[in-house]
Design a binder for this molecule. Structure first.
Ligand SMILES: [Zn+2]
Ligand SMILES: [Zn+2]
Length: 397
């Protein structure tokens, strides 16, 4: 609002006060600018650092001022530089839009953009679904709850209570979420749900309400809280995997897998995506007040054990747990790289498997001796897995 008043005041007072002598003093520039075609003038206005400069330029001459105030470019620049609406930060100048009208409407309060919950300016949108309230996407994100969750609340009919669901880009289960991802789902406005449910049960305490009547229904929290909860679970699982690995596998794998490689796999998107699916499959959700957190340390460890399998491959029956099908795990690439380097540094590139040669075997069907290192490592993994981690160049003859 201040924007328009300021600029208009400046232009009016400046032009009213501009003495004739001043105009004459800069008349060479004036006459030159005056004769420029409107498009060029628009370009000049466009490159002035501040709308105020355009107003000052306009104050040098009435004709020029008229030109400037009629310039759609000028008003676009006012709107953009004063950030009257966030859309101006995203879109380039469009000649078909009447920017002056837009700025005037914002200044008159006809276009309201200040979130009424967090008071963040310019990000609010009129929410028809919420009786024309102005609420920013972040505040929506914090206060929407899935309709299917609300519909599971016993003895409560949201429609009969006068609640209306609406479509919203919900990503309360998306652990890798930016707020723009997610899918449109039917949601309710959580504060209204809480109010109506409390009224239905005749309780004034939401926590008691939840604890007594819906201890296992959820997530009865906003999308953001649930998302952050799941991200937190994922982090707990990760550090659990780290702990298990260090305690049980690091000693055996350390010569082949440096810890920074392990860390890269742990935080990489492959593992995160797989663990994320496991966590969601357990139907974990952020507990509301009055509910118990179902992500116990046992549950976290169960998921972490799955993560170990993703990293190291499944165990081989009847063998100690460090003897595994490593070729089915994410660390396999690092394992083979380290082993290959070991052979190359000993100048071995081709050879036969000594165990098989000693046993009089000629190799597996379809395979011929000698093998290159890569095939050799695969052969050891499949035929003699107990030798894989301590694979020595002397096994190749
Ligand atoms: Zn807000
Ligand atoms: Zn062999």
């Amino acid at each position: 609002m201040a924007t328009l008043r300021d600029t208009t005041n400046t232009s009016q007072s400046a032009s009213e006060l501009a003495p004739a002598t001043l105009t004459q003093a800069i008349s060479p520039a004036k006459t030159y600018l005056d004769r420029l075609p409107t498009e060029i003038l628009n370009e000049i206005i466009n490159y002035l650092p501040d709308p105020g400069d355009a107003v000052h330029l306009g104050s040098t001459c009435r004709a020029l001022q008229r030109e400037i105030l009629n310039s759609n470019h000028f008003w676009w620049k006012v709107a953009r530089d004063k950030k009257v609406h966030r859309d101006f930060l995203r879109y380039p100048y469009a000649p078909t839009v009447d920017y002056q009208r837009f700025v005037v409407r914002v200044a008159r309060g006809e276009i309201r953009t200040t979130c009424e919950l967090c008071f963040k300016a310019r990000y609010g949108r009129v929410r028809k679904c919420l009786g024309e309230r102005i609420i920013c996407p972040d505040c929506m994100d914090e206060r929407v709850v899935l309709a299917e969750v609300v519909e599971r609340i016993p003895n409560f009919d949201p429609v009969a209570s006068g609640l209306q669901s609406f479509k919203f880009l919900y990503n309360g289960f998306d652990m890798n979420a930016s707020r723009q991802s997610g899918t449109y789902q039917n949601v309710f406005w959580l504060p209204s749900v809480i109010r109506h449910v409390k009224a239905t049960y005749g309780l004034i305490d939401w926590k008691k309400c939840v604890g007594d009547h819906m201890p296992t229904i959820g997530p009865l929290v906003g999308a953001r809280q649930n998302r952050e909860y799941l991200v937190d679970i994922l982090e707990r699982v990760r550090s659990n995997i780290r702990a298990i690995y260090l305690a049980e596998y690091d000693a055996a794998l350390r010569p082949l897998v440096p810890l920074d490689r392990l860390e890269a796999y742990l935080t990489g998107s492959n593992i995160s995506t797989r663990l994320g699916k496991d966590i969601l499959a357990l139907e974990l959700f952020c507990p509301a007040e009055g509910q118990t957190d179902r992500a116990s340390s046992e549950v976290i460890e169960r998921v972490a054990r799955m993560g170990i399998v993703y990293l190291l491959g499944p165990r081989i029956q009847g063998q100690p747990k460090t003897i595994r099908q490593y070729d089915l795990g994410h660390l396999w690439l690092t394992v083979t790289q380290s082993l290959t380097a070991r052979f190359l540094s000993a100048n071995k590139r081709w050879g036969r498997c000594r165990i098989c040669v000693n046993a009089g075997e000629r190799g597996l069907p379809g395979q011929t001796f000698p093998r290159n290192i890569y095939n050799f490592i695969h052969h050891i993994q499949h035929a003699h897995p107990i030798y894989l981690l301590r694979l020595d160049v002397s096994l190749m003859v």
